[in-house]
Structures are given as structure tokens and as C-alpha cells.
Design a binder for this molecule. Sequence first.
Ligand code: ADP
Ligand code: MG
Length: 222
Amino acid sequence: MLHVHNVFKSYSSAQGPVEVLRGVELHLQHGSSLALMGESGSGKSTLLHLVAGLDKVDSGIISVADRPLNSMSESQLANWRRTEIGLVFQQFNLIESLRVEDNLAFQARLAGRHDPQWQARLIERLGLGNLLDRYPEQLSGGQQQRVAIGRALASRPALLLADEPTGNLDETTGDEVLQLLLDLLNDSTTSLLMVTHSTHVAERLAHKVRLHKGQVVVEGEG
Ligand code: ADP
Ligand code: MG
């Protein structure tokens, strides 16, 4: 469902262009999960941003659910992102002025996909039932991250992109949040591309790859 073919991306710097991605190949089946590893600065976040359509490739092709991103206008892209992509970042990016319940529904409502039954199931599985009236600042890190995951899954996206989603949590909380995320994915048709530093985390996903010198190296099946 996700195809990344021969993707190049460079940034300009004072010392001239820095080639971050040099012919990246990545393929992910519908409903599957892939861990993206690689040392700091290897281009993991860059690749995630490109897949989310938040930035443009220099050359190469990215398509999600048979739609090549480079063929879409900015407004088509924004619309597509709303319905097909869920994003979870290390910093939770919740809306401070909205209660938990409204944070959860926010994206799904924008996408015209608010489904009260699915949202109730997410709330139950993520253990957010007694937190619905709180504001993000009244939550712990683990609680905020559970809300961020719920929000991303509420619109039933085709693809969930997560950039070190448990990176700001202690190990036990991180493990719990990850397990919840994987359980929820089993209940849906969403595919997962997740950046992680942790081999331990990567082992729990179906596939893992590493970005090295601008290219993807397959790490073997998890
Ligand atoms: P990772 O997520 O693997 O740590 P990044 O994708 O964030 O790596 O960054 C890869 C490289 O690209 C780094 O050298 C970083 O400094 C550079 N880079 C990332 N984003 C930009 C940008 N917007 N402008 C210039 N350089 C960037
Ligand atoms: Mg990064």
C-alpha cells in the first residue's frame, strides 16, 4: 500500500547541498508494520515527512494506496492527508485549548469520518474514559501519548506514521503505549510506519529496515 521508489532528497546548507536520501526503496503491504531505524541524522524524519506529503522529493516516487503524491495539488494533498494519514510524533502536539474528548475527535471530524462507536472503542482500549474532560496540560506524558494515538487512529487512516512515538516516555510506559498501539492496529486495516531507536521496539513490528548513507538496508524479518 506504501511504495517509495528511488527517492532522493537533499537540503542546502552553508557548505552546499547535503544529500540526505539517495535512492530510497521502501514497500509496505496493506495492514502490515515496518520499523524504520538508523542513527541520528540519517534521514528518518525526512523520509516520514515526505511520505506524509509535508515536504517534496527531489526525485523519485512515493505512492500511498495507489495514489502518487507528486500528482496531487496542495489542496488535494491536504485533503488526502486528513483522510488517509495518521501522524504521531514524539512531542504529542495535542491542542491545549481542547478537552481530551475533543482532541480525540478533532481529526476525524475534519476528515468527515467521526465514528462515535470506533471512538468509544479507542477510549476504552486506551484507558481514557476518566480523562475525557481534562485538558492536555492536566495529563502525564503517557496519557498524552495515548490521546495522540487515539486521535491519529480515530479517522481510520490507511497509514499511520509515527516518529519515535515513545521516545519521550520512560521504558515501562513506552512499552505499554506501544502494546496498545499494536493491539489497536490489529483491530483495524491501518498500516504502520514507525521510526524508532529501539531494537526492542523494532522487534515487535512485522518488518524492520535501517537508513544508512541515504539508502534503506533491510534488517530481516521481526
Ligand atoms: P533523523 O530523523 O534520522 O535524525 P533527519 O531526517 O531529521 O534525521 O535529518 C537528516 C539530515 O537532514 C540531518 O543532517 C539534518 O540536519 C538535515 N535536515 C533535516 N531537515 C532539514 C531542513 N529542513 N533543512 C536543512 N537540513 C535539514
Ligand atoms: Mg528524527
